[in-house]
Write a protein that binds this ligand. Sequence first.
Ligand code: 5GP
Length: 107
Amino acid sequence: MATIFTKIINREIPGHIVAEDDNYIAFLDINPLVMGHVLVVPKQETDYIFDLDDDVLAGLHVFSKKVAKAIEKSVKCIRIGVAVIGLEVPHVHVHLVPLNSMNDINF
Ligand code: 5GP
């Protein structure tokens, strides 16, 4: 069965998409920790990040960097926190969370 993120990739359910290429997509988290919380997702449906092919893993970081730079321009923050948790949705995703202090988040 397709994951909820594959359904967003395939436009079967709505998502606020902020960036996309052939292999990756980025969209706003439905339940953001802070404004501008974005999820970056490889289109290849894989549950665990270290099961990704090396080239897909490397590309995920490069794509995440591009999205993080774009977030930095649109949201006031000191830096973008980067986290891979993956306990809720079994489809690899990188959390990009604009941060100004540790008080901003409560993982
Ligand atoms: P994790 O799997 O890393 O523990 O958390 C999954 C993240 O995906 C959560 O931050 C949650 O808010 C987000 N999420 C879950 N379902 C959806 C959805 O349908 N759309 C979007 N945009 N985000 C979702």
